[in-house]
Ligand binder design. Structure first.
Ligand SMILES: Nc1nc2c(ncn2[C@@H]2O[C@H](COP(=O)(O)OP(=O)(O)OP(=O)(O)O)[C@@H](O)[C@H]2O)c(=O)[nH]1
Length: 557
């Protein structure tokens, strides 16, 4: 028995030390599951006196009015062992509502009391003074409310010695006038005069014993009256309750440990204190982010296929929209050839005119090429954002999240600029040197299917111009088909591959030069999370200790 109660005491003490009073902050609570005794009763009914005599020690301020303020200062006290009364120490915490609310104080106290005694683990000591009508007893009223069957209520009748002459409490104590599940226990505590005279607990106890054994009305009940008997009954009951609660407490503890551990791992590790540890932590988080980003491109996570869509749909569609055939209408061909000829019309073939026509068509490919670079850039940005959101570790550190995001976006922009330069160069290269072979084959082709009316003196007639237009169109189409293949290569090389390879390289270089303080700033966790982690860790420690204690007692049984 002793080790059971001392176990509950230990756990209760640990709960108190770690701030578990079964309230607020949404942490799992052990407090509510632990068996407890609450003493309830009207003002000056004798609550403090009963509590002290059970415990066998003077430790509470007593008497009406005095009491509330002092109790507020006297929270969380623990009693010592006392051979005279009970070998069982009871861990005691006293709670009182805040002062300074005169209008609502009665209701506040009632609510506070109710909040404790309505818990099924609470044993209620309902104190009623014998010199008042039981029908008006606050203790009976409130305990009936929360424990209608009286399964955990012990009725205690105080001030039996103060009853009017000619009246007695026999009817009540015998359970005739007011029956409770457990028999009433009458007590005689020290009067105010005794307290003033410093009558000690031992003397008070002796007098109480004498009172019941020598008063004719109560003689036959003496065996089950008095503070000592009350302490024994309570202690026995407490033992039963604790025994029955242990399996429930054990499973509550295991469940709570699992919950606490899960939340702690969701919150992530606490921040390292030294510069090296911080740097390592940042690099590690970046590595996880970088991995997530790559997985998007490699198809492990979604989104990378959008890049292919740019090459397969967007770029070809944009090239198609250029409508070279319209650019090479007869009118445009005539205009460019005439302009290129200048004051001296061409003699054999309009070499300059050809070049201008080709160049003016090819230059327009720059637009779709640039658009493809930009489209891939937006997709990469989107994937960076996704990867950031998916990196749980970055949620923990808002500053690092911003810095990593900015560094990644800056890198992508640098890569976009490079890609634009390289991709436009491909187009410009096509403008700057034409494929000679294509044109060398031309005269034969023209001769084969040529117009017999054509003569070199008939330079600007429609069919001549149309022929030039269609030659240029087929050349431009040939170049366009080849750029359609090479532009994606340039983009993948400069942007996609580079992003996979070196997205955070710049960031890492800068990181290497940072001081511990700057690294600390990047890991500036939300203070609420830090507090929560500390609270969770403390509570976990309590539960683990409680688990070990309970297991030891349960196995020893
Ligand atoms: N004669 C006699 N006096 C008692 C008895 N029980 C309590 N008293 C006296 O009644 C007064 C109030 O007792 P407390 O134990 O302080 O009562 P309480 O319910 O704790 O009081 P509050 O906390 O102020 O409501 C004190 O002066 C006690 O000495 C009793 O059984 N007999």
């Amino acid at each position: 028995m002793d080790n059971l109660i001392s176990l509950v005491n230990k756990i209760q003490r640990a709960c108190t030390a770690l701030g578990d009073h079964g309230e607020e902050n949404a942490l799992p609570t052990l407090w509510d599951a632990l068996p407890a005794i609450a003493v309830v009763g009207g003002q000056s009914s004798g609550k403090s006196s009963v509590l002290e005599s059970i415990v066998g020690k003077d430790f509470l301020p007593r008497g009406s009015a005095l009491v509330r303020k002092e109790i507020a200062d006297e929270t969380d006290r623990e009693t010592g062992r006392s051979k005279q009364i009970s070998s069982v120490p009871i861990h005691l915490s006293i709670f009182s509502p805040n002062e300074g609310q005169p209008d609502s104080i009665v209701q506040d106290i009632e609510n506070m009391v109710r909040s404790y005694i309505e818990k099924p683990n609470c044993i209620i000591l309902a104190i009623s003074p014998a010199n008042q009508d039981l029908a008006t007893s606050d203790a009976i009223k409130i305990s009936r409310e929360v424990d209608p069957k009286g399964e955990r209520t012990f009725g205690v009748l105080t001030k039996i010695d103060l009853m009017d002459k000619g009246t007695d409490a026999v009817e009540i104590l015998e359970g005739k006038s007011y029956k409770l599940q457990y028999p009433w226990i009458g007590v005689v505590n020290r009067s105010q005069a005794d307290i003033n005279k410093n009558v000690d607990m031992i003397a008070a106890r002796r007098r109480e014993r004498e009172y019941f054994s020598s008063t004719p009305e109560y003689k036959h009940l003496a065996q089950r009256m008095g503070s000592e008997h009350l302490a024994k009954v309570l202690s026995k009951h407490l033992e039963l309750v604790i025994k029955s609660r242990i399996p429930g407490i054990q499973s509550l503890i295991s469940k709570s440990i699992a919950e606490l551990e899960a939340e702690l791992s969701r919150l992530g590790k606490p921040i390292a204190t030294d510069a090296g540890g911080k740097l390592y932590m940042i690099m590690e988080i970046c590595r996880i982010f970088d991995q997530n980003f790559k997985e998007h491109l490699d198809g492990i996570r979604p989104g990378g296929d959008k890049v292919y869509n740019v090459f397969d749909n967007q770029l070809p569609a944009a090239l198609k929209r250029l409508q070279f055939d319209k650019q090479l209408s007869m009118e445009n061909v005539r205009k460019l050839i005439t302009e290129a000829d200048g004051y001296q019309p061409h003699l054999i073939a309009p070499e300059q005119g050809y070049r201008r026509l080709i160049e003016s068509s090819l230059v327009s490919i720059r637009g779709p090429a640039e658009a493809a670079v930009d489209a891939v850039h937006s997709i990469l940005k989107e994937l960076v954002q996704k990867a950031i959101n998916e990196t749980a570790e970055l949620k923990q550190y808002p500053s690092l999240r911003v810095e990593v995001g900015n560094a990644a976006f800056e890198s992508l922009e640098r890569m976009r600029d490079e890609s634009k330069k390289a991709t436009l160069k491909l187009v410009d290269m096509e403008c700057s040197y034409l494929t000679v072979d294509f044109f060398r084959k031309l005269p034969q082709d023209i001769e084969k299917g040529g117009n017999p009316t054509h003569s070199i003196f008939d330079r600007y007639n429609d069919s001549y111009l149309r022929r030039i237009g269609s030659t240029v169109l087929s050349y431009v189409n040939m170049v366009c088909a080849s750029l359609r293949n090479s532009i994606p290569k340039s983009i993948v090389y400069c942007q996609v591959r580079e992003a996979k390879r070196s997205l955070l390289d710049h960031f890492f270089t800068e990181l290497g030069g940072k001081e511990q303080k700057q690294l600390g700033k990047m890991l500036d966790e939300d203070p609420a999370i830090m507090e929560r982690r500390t609270a969770l860790a403390k509570r976990l420690e309590l539960y683990k200790a409680a688990q070990a204690e309970i297991d030891a007692v349960a196995w020893a049984k």
